[in-house]
Ligand binder design. Structure first.
Ligand SMILES: [Zn+2]
Length: 75
């Protein structure tokens, strides 16, 4: 069964190479450690090897936080 794709543009943006807007150099992925409510987890985020800028999409960060909060409530 075919599943209609919603927001195909958004999905493609995740896969395309990210470029630092300041240095114009391709970003590399690092594991970012996040600590929230005494919980530790890692998430791969793009980082510029030149200036060290880490790019965390806000919706991603907020989504992660919401997930942690939800799992805490269920216990
Ligand atoms: Zn940079």
């Amino acid at each position: 069964m075919a599943i209609p794709k919603k927001n195909p543009d958004q999905r493609e943006k995740l896969d395309e190479k990210l470029i630092c807007s300041r240095c114009k150099c391709p970003l590399e992925f690092i594991e970012l450690r996040i600590t929230y409510l005494d919980r530790h987890f890692t998430h791969k985020v793009p980082r510029c090897p030149q200036c060290g800028q880490v790019f965390v999409p806000q919706d991603l960060a907020e989504g992660k936080m919401a997930q942690v909060e939800k799992s805490l409530e269920e216990k």
